[in-house]
Design a protein around this ligand. Structure first.
Ligand SMILES: CC(C)(COP(=O)(O)OP(=O)(O)OC[C@H]1O[C@@H](n2cnc3c(N)ncnc32)[C@H](O)[C@@H]1OP(=O)(O)O)[C@@H](O)C(=O)NCCC(=O)NCCS
Length: 138
């Protein structure tokens, strides 16, 4: 059975799941700062073992959805979709009547259909140009 836990992610779990999907690790101090500053996170556990995560960074008006990952053995079972749906539900439940917010993300190559199945639109579109990013180092 899959159990979802909100706002309990540790840096160690983030790095473990990132490594499982082939992403590089972050340092423990940087992850601690990131987790303390983030708006929300959710992790999926199977038999006590972390198998997926999603993190939401933002200020209540603009959010970035990041670190969406499910370990390879558990992909294709609906876990990634549930993690993203819970993240969207969190953002929605912070809003009062008449308010709105935007959740942006950078899709990994080829994963756009996953996000489109959850309601996200690719950009550019008739309202927005390309998304842009800058990688910053010391
Ligand atoms: C992308 C990822 C998070 C999806 O998680 P998952 O648990 O495998 O996805 P789900 O089983 O919840 O699938 C949800 C929906 O997206 C679809 N989907 C999932 N991966 C897809 C893909 N690569 N291409 C197209 N559609 C995909 C599924 O068919 C499903 O559609 P349905 O609800 O209509 O059946 C997971 O494959 C993963 O961790 N990949 C490696 C890391 C990564 O690239 N993360 C994205 C970073 S932006």
């Amino acid at each position: 059975m899959i159990v979802y836990r909100e706002n309990t992610l540790s840096g160690e779990v983030v790095n473990r799941i990132r490594t499982a999907v082939g992403w590089s690790e972050f340092s423990a101090p940087q992850l601690e700062r990131a987790l303390n500053a983030a708006a929300y996170n959710v992790a999926a556990f199977e038999n006590g073992k972390p198998v997926g995560m999603a993190r939401l960074v933002g200020d209540g008006i603009y959010y970035l959805l990041c670190d969406v990952a499910v370990v390879p053995d558990c992909q294709g079972k609906g876990i990634g979709g549930e993690l993203v749906r819970r993240t969207i539900a969190h953002a929605r439940q912070t809003l009062a009547d008449g308010e709105r917010c935007t959740i942006a993300l950078v899709s990994a190559g080829g994963k756009e259909p996953f996000y489109e199945s959850l309601g996200f639109s690719s950009i550019p579109n008739d309202r927005a140009g390309h998304g842009m990013q800058l990688s910053v180092t010391p």
